[in-house]
Design a protein around this ligand. Sequence first.
Ligand SMILES: Nc1ncnc2c1ncn2[C@@H]1O[C@H](COP(=O)(O)OP(=O)(O)OP(=O)(O)O)[C@@H](O)[C@H]1O
Length: 255
Amino acid sequence: MSPAIETRGLTRDFGDFRAVDGIDVRVERGTFYGFLGPNGAGKSTTIKMLTGLLAPSAGTVRVLDRDILDPQQSLDAKRHIGVIAENLSLFDNLTAREYLTFVGRMYLMPRDTIRQRSAELLDVLGLADEEKKLSLEYSHGMKKKLALAAALLPNPDLLFLDEPFEGVDAITSRVIRDLLAGFVARGSTVFLTSHVLEIVERLCTHVGIITGGRLTEQASLEAIRQGDSLENRFIQLAGADATATSKLAWLETAQ
Ligand SMILES: Nc1ncnc2c1ncn2[C@@H]1O[C@H](COP(=O)(O)OP(=O)(O)OP(=O)(O)O)[C@@H](O)[C@H]1O
């Protein structure tokens, strides 16, 4: 079977700056892929290119066996994917129900299905009591939860999640972890970025590490860990320079 995601030489320049530098990402179907990297490494830029939100400067992207650079195939792929984008892309002046209805209609879902799934998702994610609020009145964590509800609503085959655990409470984090683990157990695919390495270690089957726009590692979680913790290995592989920086001498003594 073709991989869920396959890129060749994927590159993105912003002016003279190369944010993503010729990466070959390969994610098999039914895997839980953690895309890791330090701040500014190129993770969100990559997700935007994989989901058709940002045009690459060079390279190819295939998602669920469709060419994302072809408008018709890209549209077809989007019917089967769910996304939490970096900026969440909610509409400020809609309630959660209104937003989910809008998303469901974009996916051409029947109204009854939208209504039923929305109620269940809002309940599971602890947003049922917040239904009357507009999303501009939501806290950051609540917005993340609503974005996840929208990503799951059409029951996609592939989820792209940019920092889904950032800002959510411990209870919701557990709910999301269980939801995602079940999603992969049924054979679907998750591509996720996160700085919370304990969660990545617990969930992911495969890991890619991007540093300075280059994909420096891509392997199974076990092969990356080599018996060590993921955090230790990540710092060895991606953060050696940062840990070597000199101390702030003036902070060692209180005034
Ligand atoms: N629209 C843009 N214009 C110019 N530079 C950009 C733009 N978007 C991203 N960049 C730059 O590209 C690089 C990669 O950014 P990106 O947001 O992909 O990093 P990231 O790995 O997601 O970081 P973080 O973990 O902090 O979210 C950064 O140096 C960033 O400043």
